[in-house]
Design a protein around this ligand. Structure first.
Ligand code: CP
Length: 309
């Protein structure tokens, strides 16, 4: 039994039937995103107002939410940390109270602190929907949905498919949401990281295979999802250097030669660190397809939140 369809706080809160509904429903929006035809606009969210509150930087997620909202007929406003009164010392809750006093139906929130979407759920009235656009190292549910939709499109289905997630697993909300979702959909998930960037009890908590050697697991996999090395963590002793990380965990031409796996990356990509140009720009790289799917998935999420099924 799923929680009421008023929020998307994390993949872990959703029933399989809801996940499948969101994935299959994004298909109806995707062809128009790929085509050269004018955008097909709907009035599904006419009269609704969505506030995009991004307290952490974003290119893909923020832009695609704004486009999804406008294409469904909603009014959209966006606020960022740098340009809001948060930079003058206003608290998060006071800022959210100010925004919701203007009659807002939905908040899309990104924050570098894990748990902020849940905090807002407890604080705000029931009728305001909340979408998690990435909270700390906890979850990034729409990223995982767009990743799964992309994989299903190119592979047909996920049950039994072997997916490797490689990189900074420790700090990655993308990894967590993907592990929840890919496993719920029947894929076999292996995570690979240096031991400093691997959560200690990941096998027990998430029931995944965990390895420290990418070359040991690469052959025979269907897809490899590389994660961004977060530059802000450089100098904190997690990895000796970016060059060392590339050598051990980067998708280099020599690694590409031992696998036919599709290549995914949530972006932004550090070229010559997680992915060499040959991997990022390869025919089997799905990176820009993931971005296009992002708009379609976010349209499906908004439709799901504002319609009863
Ligand atoms: N994948 C992702 O969340 O990218 P942005 O930080 O650009 O939104």
């Amino acid at each position: 039994m799923s929680i009421r369809r008023r929020d998307l706080l994390g993949i872990r809160f959703l029933a399989k039937e809801d996940l499948e509904w969101l994935l299959s429903h994004s298909d109806q929006y995707f062809p128009n995103i790929l085509s050269k035809d004018p955008v097909k606009k709907s009035t599904l969210l006419a009269g609704r107002t969505v506030a995009n509150l991004f307290f952490e930087n974003s290119t893909r997620t923020r832009t695609s939410f704004e486009l999804a909202e406008k294409r469904l007929g909603a009014d959209a406003v966006s606020l960022s940390m740098q340009t809001s009164s948060l930079s003058k010392g206003e608290s998060l809750i006071d800022t959210v109270n100010v925004i919701t006093a203007m009659k807002i139906d939905c908040i899309v929130v990104r924050h570098n602190a894990g748990g902020v979407p849940l905090l807002l759920r407890k604080h705000l009235p029931d009728h305001i929907r909340i979408i998690n656009a990435g909270d700390g190292a906890c979850e990034h549910p729409t990223q995982a949905l767009l990743d799964a939709a992309t994989l299903i499109e190119v592979m047909g289905s996920l049950p039994g498919k072997k997916i490797v997630i490689v990189g900074d697993i420790l700090h990655s909300r993308v990894a967590r949401s993907n592990i929840y979702l890919l496993k719920a959909l029947g894929a076999e998930v292996t995570v690979v990281a240096p031991n400093t960037l691997m959560p200690k009890y990941i096998r027990e908590v998430f029931d995944v295979e965990a390895h420290y050697d990418l070359d040991h697991v690469l052959a025979g996999k269907d897809a490899v999802m590389a994660l961004r090395i977060q530059h802000e963590r450089q100098g904190k002793g997690y990895i000796p250097s970016l060059g060392d990380f590339r050598k051990k965990y980067g998708l280099t031409p020599s690694r590409l030669s031992v696998t036919d796996a599709f290549i995914l990356h949530p972006g932004p990509v550090n070229r010559s660190v997680e992915l060499d140009d040959e991997a990022a720009d390869a025919e089997r790289s799905l990176i820009l397809r993931q971005v296009g799917r992002g708009v379609a998935i976010r349209m499906a999420v908004l439709e799901w939140l504002f319609s009863e099924h």
